[in-house]
Design a protein around this ligand. Sequence first.
Ligand code: NAD
Length: 351
Amino acid sequence: MRILVTGGAGFIGSALVRHLIANSDHEVLNFDKLTYAGTLTSLATVSSSPRYRFKQGDICDERAVAAAIEDFQPDVITHLAAESHVDRSIDGPGAFVQTNIVGTYTLLAKALDYWRQLNEVRQKAFRFHHISTDEVFGSLGETGYFTETTPYDPRSPYSASKASSDHLVSAWGHTFGLPVLVTNCSNNYGPYHFPEKLIPLMIVKALAGEPLPVYGAGSNVRDWLFVGDHVRALQCVFEKGTPGQTYNVGGNSERRNIDVVHAVCEILDRLERRADGKSYSEQIVHVADRPGHDQRYAIDATKIENELKWKPVETFESGIEKTVDWYLNNRQWWAEILERTEAAKRRGLSG
Ligand code: NAD
């Protein structure tokens, strides 16, 4: 099949592209604006494949989107392009409304124009797969899980913009008959993760000898999903999922943030001990909590496990070990990003 991936230079998108090129015969077009979060070096291992191409473009630019779709003639559009960092959505929500809502609308509108002129066989086989988050469901107390029928209750500008895009996708399915799929996943982690997110941030700060800032008491709970498990789930969903359905994807790995940071420190202590022999955990500092910080997210992934026979293969312990090890062995990848964001800050642009 011909798979158009939006946001393929980001963390999950690049993992999906690498996975599809390595493990399938699909052809891939990566359509990505290359915002601060897009990194083409994440695609170095696939860039010379004849089944991979890249087009720089903005999903809000309807002419660029229409041209990319017309030119590539996709069987599937997997939509990952987004502004994805909750803290940035608090500082500047406008970009989230623009890309996550208006951009998703633009992509849907152009996908529908394209789909309408396909023959009946290709129309039936076509899929528009939207990648979303469990954050649209709000915050859990100590017990319970998010299922596909949990009511939406987004709390941050980021999750509100993702909820909005989920509803648009659903409307294009119900109203216009576009064969849509939505997946809502929990917090991903793994190699090639932009070093502003919790796990890579802790690794690079620890190695730099800097304080490791943990929001509040660090008691917030996330259900950690290894990115390699997630991209296998995405492939299952666009190949075998039922149009009009949504699927929750989780890692069965609930951990408090503070325990995640301690786990990172313990692995670093083992693999690259501090020069003074002390533990990296001595660098942990507690900082003022994020406004509106959701307490707990946890996914019930029974539906995708039963219907599509997917389940995560990594435990949190195996996944975090692989992740820390990758950051230690791929310093150039993240050092370049840190340099680029520092340079942007010096020029007065947001980093
Ligand atoms: P990311 O921030 O690492 O990557 C986003 C990519 O989208 C970047 O390559 C960026 O250049 C591109 N992009 C941004 N705006 C664009 C635009 N207007 N036009 C074209 N490209 C644009 O994000 P990620 O962590 O890989 O997340 C991918 C998707 O998965 C997002 O939709 C996100 O909401 C969702 N998601 C992520 C997580 C997670 O833990 N990372 C969890 C749940 C859901």
